[in-house]
Design a protein around this ligand. Structure first.
Ligand SMILES: NC(=[NH2+])NCCC[C@H]1O[C@@H](n2cnc3c(N)ncnc32)[C@H](O)[C@@H]1O
Length: 418
């Protein structure tokens, strides 16, 4: 871990305590365990600090640390769910406009209600995290449930009540403001519908609320919508993103800026890139479902660490810049044998507001048709910041040709976001 920063000293290093384990990736990141006392020498950015542990220095994720001195009690006041910020953001229109403008997403939920309208007659429905109430009003408009409990924790709920009245749905739709896992209902529900999926499927971990409500309010034999969810991964090229963030420094205006490339790697390739639009021909192999969740059996404790394996066979030679991930959810029919509705956020479907998520490797790797890229993905839920996770990717590349007969191995940890 000897690096050029060795001789850089700073005024007075600050002692910090690690709030959870961190396994560094790359040569300049420092690993540590929960409870370790680190000396922070330079707060080089809001996300990464230059710190020392037992005489070794390296970059550490700032969000894993808390001040080691008297301010301790302050951070204990921090809400690990960040509810104020989270529900505050859903109290404004920006995110609701983005979701409602996403036709692929919203029409999929409308299709679910429409294709199950007969079976929804006289059913008790909960719309968990109803936002502006669009799904609840689809139920009231397109079917005849006995009641829809539209549950919304943010201040948007007040407006949702107005929208329900404005659209003559108040006979069927009851808006309840509060966290769904904390509110009281007069009865169990037959159907639990929710649009809970975050980037990379789980980010925000709203899914925990869905599971808690399932266990408390979904009657025996009740239906979960979505019924299942899958995270899909594919090794890909990302030429334009790589050119924009890394190759740019090779010769801007005829000058050599390559000494900035390690910084560029740190700044642009450490975290996943949300809202990435992958072209189908960027895929180097056929995609693979690496994680499949059954919404009837998934448990909250399972969310701490979710692991998936992959084995890809390179279909065409190209540059392996990274992995792209997206998700698909399925809504089973209320009628046995009825059609399942699918919402697919992948590159071969209509784009959605999630788009896809790009995980860039530190360095691109040339791969050739027939090469095998195998390994695993692990989603580690952040033990402190409960809406966050890290995504760890391990991969091996076994060459199909004798040119590069050695097996290349790699691993990288992506914070999302803390
Ligand atoms: N697909 C997503 N990633 N986000 C879209 C749904 C999020 C909506 O559900 C609300 N919401 C999120 N969690 C909860 C909860 N536990 N209880 C009630 N409302 C919630 C949140 O305020 C917002 O209006």
């Amino acid at each position: 871990m000897q690096t050029e920063k060795e001789d850089e000293d700073d005024a007075s290093p600050q002692e910090c305590v690690a709030m959870s384990d961190f396994t560094g990736s790359g040569s300049d990141q420092l690993s540590f365990s929960c409870g370790d006392k680190l000396l922070v020498h330079i707060k080089s950015s809001s996300d990464w600090w230059w710190a020392e542990l037992r005489g070794v220095r390296g970059y550490v994720p700032a969000s894993y640390l808390r001040p080691g001195d008297a301010e301790e009690e302050d951070t204990s006041l921090e809400d690990p769910w960040q509810d104020e910020e989270y529900f505050g953001s859903y109290g404004t229109l920006r995110l609701h406009l983005e979701m409602l403008s996403d036709k692929s997403r919203t029409e999929a939920y409308r299709q679910v209600i429409l294709s199950n309208s007969a079976s929804l007659r006289n059913k008790v429905v909960m719309d968990l995290g109803c936002g502006t109430g669009i799904i609840s009003m689809f139920c009231a408009q397109l079917a005849q449930p006995s009641v829809v409990y539209a549950v919304e924790a943010s201040s948007m709920a007040e407006y949702t009540r107005q929208l329900v009245r404005q659209n003559n749905c108040e006979e069927v739709v009851t808006v309840l403001q509060g966290r769904a896992e904390e509110i009281e209902l007069p009865e169990q529900v037959d159907v639990l519908v929710s649009e809970w999926m975050g980037n990379c499927l789980l980010f925000e971990f709203m899914v925990e609320s869905v599971l808690l409500v399932r266990d408390r309010w979904l009657r025996e034999g009740g239906v979960m919508w979505p019924s299942s969810a899958a995270l899909t991964l594919v090794p890909c090229q990302a030429d334009s993103y790589y050119a924009e963030k890394m190759a740019f420094w090779e010769q801007p205006y005829g000058l050599d800026f390559t000494p900035l490339q390690p910084l560029a790697q740190q700044e642009f390739f450490t975290k996943p890139k949300f809202s990435h639009l992958i072209e189908p021909n960027d895929c180097l192999t056929a995609p693979c479902d690496v994680i499949c969740l059954d919404m009837y059996t998934l448990q909250v404790k399972d969310l701490e660490e979710i692991k998936g394996q992959f084995h890809f066979c390179v279909e065409k030679s190209g540059v392996f810049h990274g992995f792209t991930a997206w998700f698909t959810v399925h809504f089973e029919s209320l009628e046995t044998g009825g059609a399942t509705v699918e919402l697919n956020t992948g590159p071969n479907s209509e784009p959605t507001h999630w788009k896809q998520t790009l995980f860039m490797l530190d360095r691109p790797i040339s791969v050739y048709a027939g090469d095998l890229i195998s390994g695993n993905i692990v989603l580690y839920r952040n033990p402190v910041w409960r809406r966050h996770m890290t995504v760890t990717l391990h991969w091996n590349i076994n060459s199909a040709t004798e040119e590069t007969d050695n097996c290349q191995v790699g691993t990288k940890v992506f914070p999302m976001w803390r």
